[in-house]
Design a protein around this ligand. Structure first.
Ligand code: TYM
Length: 333
């Protein structure tokens, strides 16, 4: 009998402009995983509204993100690529999971604390519920692996805890998922403050390289990246700036840290930064061209999304109804 493929789930929010951190931490790995596993990749628009969004912009960014996934090599013939809000089961399962999530554990989540500090005028219930909805995403599809950047590890761990808790209380229902974190600890840092992660929402425009940046902008941002005074391309914890640039170079050139250090032995920071910029621009330019081509044919994107939402819902609904039965919802004789 053919062995059943392992299931992989991940998503990105259609908020702000995506950075090379999102690419390295998430999307790039998906392209590899789809060859081997049964993959579900979503545009997490339900998550996006936990911070204020301008509706027309959210709509535009959602489609742009779909086109970006495709341009990066996510292949709808190998995986299911859909928009989260097209599948109602996500919100429905989140409701049930809410009833086994403790307020204490949700309020201890690092991202909730960070976002509450950043959006002090809008600490809404959805912000606190964010990881529960994320658990619903993952558990609906029976995913055993969740490829994310290091910043999302805590959320996947909560999904694990909820899966185990539900199974203990109601009987075996959910697959217990694991985070799948890429190499280089999968955390691309800000180019201006390497103690922080590179973020879509950084106020300093030189801190993040966006997937939409043109070659000149990419080169300029790397030229300005904060390093140290040693002027030696060497990976070390006390040199977070240059170590981050080495990580980025490794990710974009598919090289190891040792290979990169060897390649740039005796080369100064100025030249190395230029090479990192070129390596990133070489990957981004064709992605941008492809994304623009895809966005020129919106009916084709819509057709694809309708078809994949149906496929996703079929799997999700099966899990949801199992959950409804387990918790005791009456569904007729
Ligand atoms: P989002 O949109 O904030 O981030 C998307 C992905 O990018 C990764 N990432 C990074 N990786 C490395 N370095 C960085 N500087 C960096 N910044 C962001 C994030 O870890 C993430 O993998 N909550 C998710 C979206 C989501 C989800 C899910 C993920 C919703 N439901 C279910 C997995 C499974 C998020 O962080 O989106």
């Amino acid at each position: 009998m053919e062995e059943k493929k392992k299931i992989v789930y991940s998503a990105v929010q259609p908020t702000g402009r995506l950075t090379i951190g999102n690419y390295v931490g998430a999307i790039r790995n998906w392209v590899r995983l789809q060859q081997e596993y049964e993959c579900f990749f979503a545009v997490a628009d339900l998550h996006a509204i936990t911070v204020r969004q301008e509706p027309a912009e959210l709509r535009r960014r959602t489609l742009e993100l779909v086109a970006l996934y495709l341009a990066c090599g996510v292949d709808p013939s190998l995986c299911t690529l859909y928009i989260q809000s097209h599948v109602p089961a996500h919100a429905e399962l989140a409701w049930v999971l809410n009833t086994i999530t403790y307020v204490g554990e949700a309020s201890r989540m690092t991202q909730f604390k960070d976002k509450s500090a950043r959006h002090a005028d809008n600490i809404n219930m959805g912000l606190m519920d964010y990881p529960v909805l994320m658990a619903a995403d993952i558990l609906l599809y029976g995913a055993s692996a969740v490829p994310v950047g290091a910043d999302q590890k805590q959320h996947v761990e909560l999904a694990r805890d909820l899966a185990v808790r539900f199974n203990n209380r109601y009987g075996e229902t959910f697959v217990v998922p694991e985070p799948l974190i890429g190499r280089g600890d999968a955390r691309i840092a800000s180019l201006q403050d390497p103690s922080k992660k590179m973020s879509k929402s950084d106020e300093n425009p030189s801190a993040s390289v966006f997937l939409s940046d043109d070659r000149d902008t990419v080169l300029r941002k790397f030229r300005r990246a904060v390093t140290d005074s040693e002027n030696c391309v060497r990976y070390a914890p006390e040199k977070p700036g240059i170590s981050n640039l080495i990580n980025i170079y490794c990710a974009f050139e598919n090289k190891s840290v040792a290979q990169t250090e060897e390649l740039f032995r005796g080369v100064g920071y100025g030249d190395f930064k230029a090479e990192v910029g070129e390596a990133v621009a070489r990957v981004l330019t064709p992605i941008q061209t492809k994304q623009a081509e895809l966005l020129a044919d919106k009916p084709a994107l819509s057709a694809l999304l309708n078809e994949s939402a149906e496929r996703a819902y079929k799997t999700a609904r099966r899990t949801l109804f199992k959950v409804y039965r387990k918790v005791g919802f009456y569904r007729g004789e």
